[in-house]
Design a protein around this ligand. Structure first.
Ligand SMILES: [Zn+2]
Length: 341
């Protein structure tokens, strides 16, 4: 068990462990990916899995808490998981659905960052700048990742050094458990950028080079927009906002191209400035920039992304039905016109 201070500083971790302890073991399996030292304690990084474990079924993964300050992502992912577990007790539709798809939830990649209220991990490294991959184009100063000092935000770690344990554990998990699936999606949940809810896809390293699966992404975006015309997400390559070195999803996506399976990592950036705009007092509190503080606003955020998550789950399961259609040559052209002209 963890120290009392750990449990009060990270109620999210407490919640994850309660879910593991009390949930039906027939539905949920758990793996500890690594332990990270924190004060006198060791904090675990968990992966929770639901659904069909066979390697050849499609798979969706919800990731959160890569940046310790962005607690809301972890809370959104936990809320989604709790809803699934609740429904598995009575909802035959979900029981049947999970025969044909696998869901991984990695709700808190950086528990020490969450304990310390920092973006970086315990070594001062920004895990989302820590992959051994460089942008070939000009990145923004500092924010694009740098090797100056762990005292500055967005630090990548030393050149040539091994990846941080949390980042390494995430990459190992993706290679072992996700790359084997014929089709997989990831939704990595963040907050702290802009007014609007945004869904980003690789690359973060290049503004000029589209990913190989551009038409598939474009088709998926259209499916979402046509199915839910009143949603307000913006769907774009991350490079339209800023370029970075060391992006974990760029790194893993490039690795996934070596075999024939399709791996599409998406990042959800929850539009947190809108809750700051409605309550400027949040600016006084660093955490407030990354997390809605008023209870009604928190509840709204916790429920508002469930439609997107449910949609991605269904799109994963049904990939054969739409992926074939996405191969028509006009979609590549339309996607390039939309995002790369
Ligand atoms: Zn983030």
């Amino acid at each position: 068990m963890h120290e009392i201070s750990t449990l009060t500083q990270i109620p999210e971790l407490h919640k994850i462990e309660a879910i593991i302890k009390w949930s039906n073991k027939a539905h949920l399996s758990t793996r500890v990916l690594c332990h990270v030292p924190c004060d006198d304690d060791l904090l675990p990084v968990y992966a929770l899995t639901l659904g069909n474990r066979a390697q050849d079924v499609p798979c969706i993964t919800f990731v959160a808490g890569i940046h310790g300050l962005e607690r809301i992502g972890t809370q959104v992912v936990i809320t989604f998981l709790e809803g699934l577990l609740e429904r598995l007790e009575w909802d035959q539709v979900l029981v049947d659905l999970l025969q044909r798809v696998r869901i991984h939830v990695l709700p808190l990649i950086n528990p020490v960052g969450m304990f310390n209220n920092t973006r970086s991990n315990g070594n001062g490294v920004d895990l989302m700048r820590n992959a051994p991959i460089d942008s070939h184009e000009k990145t923004i100063w500092l924010g694009g990742g740098h090797r100056i000092s762990p005292l500055l935000p967005w630090y990548r770690g030393k050149a040539g050094e091994a990846m941080q344990p949390e980042a390494q554990a995430l990459c190992d998990f993706v290679r072992q458990e996700i790359f084997t699936a014929p089709f997989s999606l990831v939704l990595d949940c963040h907050s702290g950028f802009g007014y609007r809810n945004q869904i980003w896809f690789p690359y973060a390293r290049s503004q000029r080079e589209p990913i190989k699966h551009l038409k598939e992404i474009y088709y998926l975006r259209n499916l979402f927009m046509h199915t839910y015309p009143n949603q307000d997400y913006v769907f774009e390559p991350q490079s339209q906002h800023y370029l970075v070195h060391g992006d974990l999803w760029d790194y893993l996506y490039l690795q996934s191209l070596k075999d024939g399976n399709i791996f599409l990592p998406l990042t959800l950036e929850m539009g947190s400035w809108r809750w700051v705009r409605k309550n400027p007092l949040q600016l006084r509190q660093l955490l407030g920039l990354y997390h809605p503080i008023k209870p009604h606003r928190l509840k709204r955020v916790l429920r508002s992304h469930l439609i997107l998550m449910e949609f991605l789950l269904h799109a994963t399961l049904s990939y054969k039905k739409w992926l074939r259609k996405s191969q028509a040559p006009e979609f590549e052209k339309l996607a390039r016109t939309l995002w790369y002209t």
